[in-house]
Structure formats: C-alpha cells, structure tokens
Design a protein around this ligand. Structure first.
Ligand code: PLP
Length: 399
C-alpha cells in the first residue's frame, strides 16, 4: 500500500526553531555538553501566584470543558490587563478569545481571514510560522525585506506593495528574530495605510513586555484609534510570564473577527486547558506578579548587554543591537564560502548551524527559517553562564 500525505502538508516546511531545539535536547540527553541558543522561552520559573491558582482550580474541580473562548473570569482578567497597561477597552464577552498559545490564534486568524489568492504582507526576517500558516490557507505571502532599513519596516515600501489583492499586514513588534522595536511614527504610518486601504493588521505583540531602554510601548491603537476594527491583537502569557508550557494565548479584536476565531476553534481544540486558564488568571490579576515580570525584564536586559558585548568581541560578525524580545539576528556572510578553523567550508546558514551543534555543542537557528539566509538567530533567554560559554564556542568555531 502506498501512503500519500496531502499536497498541503508536502508543501509545508517543518518549524526550524522546533527542529533545532529538539536536536539540541536530544544531544544533551545523550550526555553531550550542549549550550542551546535555540529556545524561544525564558529560563525563569512560572510565578508562584499562577501555580497557586492552578492548584486551587484542580482542588475545586475546575477540570471540565469551559466555553471555547475561555472562562469569562480569564477574559475579564485579559480585558483588565489591556485597560491597565495600554488604556484600551475590550469587551471581555465579545471581543476576546483565549486559545492554546498565541500560535493557535495566529493560525485561526489566517483561517478566518485568508481566502485563496489573498495577499498577506510580511516584513522579513519574520517569525517561522507566519509564512507556512498563510500558505496553508491558500494565501500568498508578500515579503518586504527590512534588512537594509535596520530591521524597521518601511511605510513607503509597504504602500508600494499594497494592491487590490492585499488583505492583511502582519506586524510583530518587538520582533522575533531581530529584536527590533518599531518607532512610534512607523507604527502610526503603517496603521494609517491599513485604514486607507481597509487592510487588517494582525498585531503579534507577544513580546510587548520585553523591551529595553524604556519600560513601556504605546499601543498602535493609541496612535491611530480609527484602526480599532482592523487590528487583531495577538498576545499571551508564554514569554512575559515564563509560562510557555502552559499553552495560553489570547486575541483581542472586533466582535466579527473574534466570532470567526471562535467558530474555527470550536472544531479544533475547543477551550485550552481549564487549569491553564486559571493559572493565567493568577498571572494577570495578582499584584505581586507585576514585580516578577519587571524583574525578568531587567534580567533579560542584562543578558542582552552581555551577549552584545561578547558578540562585539568576535571580528567579522554583523548585527543590529536589539531593543526588545530576547533574540539577536547575526549576519554570518563573512564566514560562509571560506575555510573555517575545522577546515570546512559552509555554503549556507543551515549547514553552518548543523555543524556548530555537532562539533561545538552550540545550538543556533539558521536565518533562512526566518526568510533571511546567511544569518543565524541566537536567543539569550538562557543563563549568563550559558551566554558566556556559548559565545566562547562560537568564537572558537569562527576562528
Ligand atoms: C513572534 C511569535 N509569535 C507567537 C509565538 C507563539 O507563542 P505561544 O507560545 O503563545 O504559542 C512565538 C513563539 O515563539 C513568537 O515568537
């Protein structure tokens, strides 16, 4: 019997970040000394308040299905956060849905909004899953490269790319993989272009708390309130609250889109885990958690400074200093197509990442996974000791 997978699946590239992180974990399990700069997750523990709420939920038998969008108490906690933090009002009952990580809500957003042939504008380098998610629904990713603009999207290039097939603009600010934080005037211009052409903005703000130099980012909707019905905010507890494994993301937007997400999710997973939902209520409402989130941000800022300092000590590497998230995107073109210390020549970033993991036990993610070849992404969400050791291994490999 011959077994055929769907054409849809055959055209999909697996997630390179997941693949590299899995390979690093596998080598570590075999007893190798591995430093992994692959993970997109904080090495901190989930705040105690979140854990306490989860235990209480279990003890009180909050262990049944909730409505698909999530318990109303959780949606109220999210509305409270957006009101407190961004001064934005969302109706907990109609304009908020929670799901199994921001990733699921992004997938649902594409499913609800993209018709075959619709163009979706992406600023590259871009997070690994957008491109594949757009294609899964027959959409056409239109890529605007930001490398020559210091990784800040150019509103002029955006305006030029818009045509009558354009439906969506994806914004990811602060950005994975570049760590760029977009200036206010750029955000405002992008939102005005969306309003002018009636385009939806999927605003992935999962790293909004992880910014350095300043501790607050104004929301794009405070800059262009007219865009309210066109902006779908995607957020979650994974990164800011060190809760990646719990799988809780949320989307906030106009009632029509949220209803669409709800219909699709009703056939996918229904609600995310009820225990997780209550843990997130704890994270979003208990006052002491705010301080923990701030402490993590300060700690990430120190790690960023350390990683930048050590990278600057390696001649030939090029990168733009990041202002947010916990990534640095490094141009390795000076080291491709020439003999390195191990006597080998690498033609591309994927081969480079493969060998540095095998030979030096250092996990990096190839830039091509983010639609930008000749680069590697490092995540500095690990300990300072790991950053120091990892940079030493990188330096040796590049010698
Ligand atoms: C830009 C971006 N969006 C969304 C996600 C998904 O986050 P979650 O863990 O909530 O699914 C990630 C995780 O790496 C990310 O980097």
């Amino acid at each position: 019997m011959s077994l055929e997978l769907s054409e849809r699946l055959k055209q999909m590239a697996p997630s390179a970040t997941m693949a590299m992180a899995a390979k690093a974990k596998e080598l570590k399990a075999q007893g190798r000394s591995i430093i992994s700069f692959t993970a997109g997750e904080p090495n901190f523990n989930t705040p105690d308040a979140a854990k306490k709420f989860a235990v209480k939920a279990m003890n009180e038998n909050q262990t049944h299905y909730t409505v698909t969008a999530g318990a109303i108490e959780l949606r109220q906690a999210i509305a409270g956060y957006y009101a407190r933090h961004f001064d934005l009002k969302y109706d907990a009952a109609k304009e908020i849905i929670t799901g199994t990580g921001a990733k699921q809500l992004l997938y649902e957003a594409m499913g609800c909004l993209v018709n075959p042939g619709d163009e979706v504008i992406l600023f590259a380098p871009a997070w690994v899953s957008y491109y594949e998610q757009i294609k899964l629904f027959g959409g056409v990713p239109v890529i605007i490269d930001t490398e020559s603009d210091n990784y800040i999207p150019s509103p002029d290039k955006l305006e030029q790319a818009v045509n009558n097939k354009t439906k969506i603009i994806i914004l990811n600010n602060p950005n994975n993989p570049t760590g760029a934080v977009y200036p206010h005037d750029v955000l405002e211009k992008i939102a005005r272009i969306a309003v002018k052409h009636n385009l939806i903005i999927i605003n992935d703000e999962i790293y909004e708390r992880l910014i350095y130099g300043v501790n607050y980012l104004p929301h794009v909707l405070k800059l262009v309130p007219d865009a309210r019905d066109l902006i779908l905010n995607i957020n979650g507890v994974s990164k800011s609250y060190a809760m990646t494994g719990w799988r809780l993301g949320y989307a906030l937007g106009c009632e029509k889109i949220i209803k669409g997400l709800n219909s699709l999710q009703g056939h996918l997973t229904s609600n995310t885990s009820s225990i997780t939902q209550w843990a997130a209520v704890g994270a979003l409402t208990e006052p002491e958690v705010e301080l923990e989130v701030e402490n993590m941000r300060v700690e990430f800022g120190k790690r960023r400074d350390l990683a930048v300092k050590l990278l600057n000590e390696i001649p030939g590497l090029k990168f733009t200093e990041p202002s947010g998230a916990f990534y640095i995107f490094i141009d390795i073109s000076n080291f491709l197509n020439k003999k390195l210390a191990n006597g080998k020549i690498y033609k591309d970033d994927a081969a480079f990442c493969n060998d540095i993991l095998d030979e030096k036990g250092l996990g990096l993610v190839p830039g091509s996974a983010f639609l930008s070849s000749n680069h590697v992404r490092i995540s500095y969400s690990c300990s300072e000791d790991d950053i120091i050791e990892g940079m030493k291994r990188l330096k040796e490999f590049l010698a």
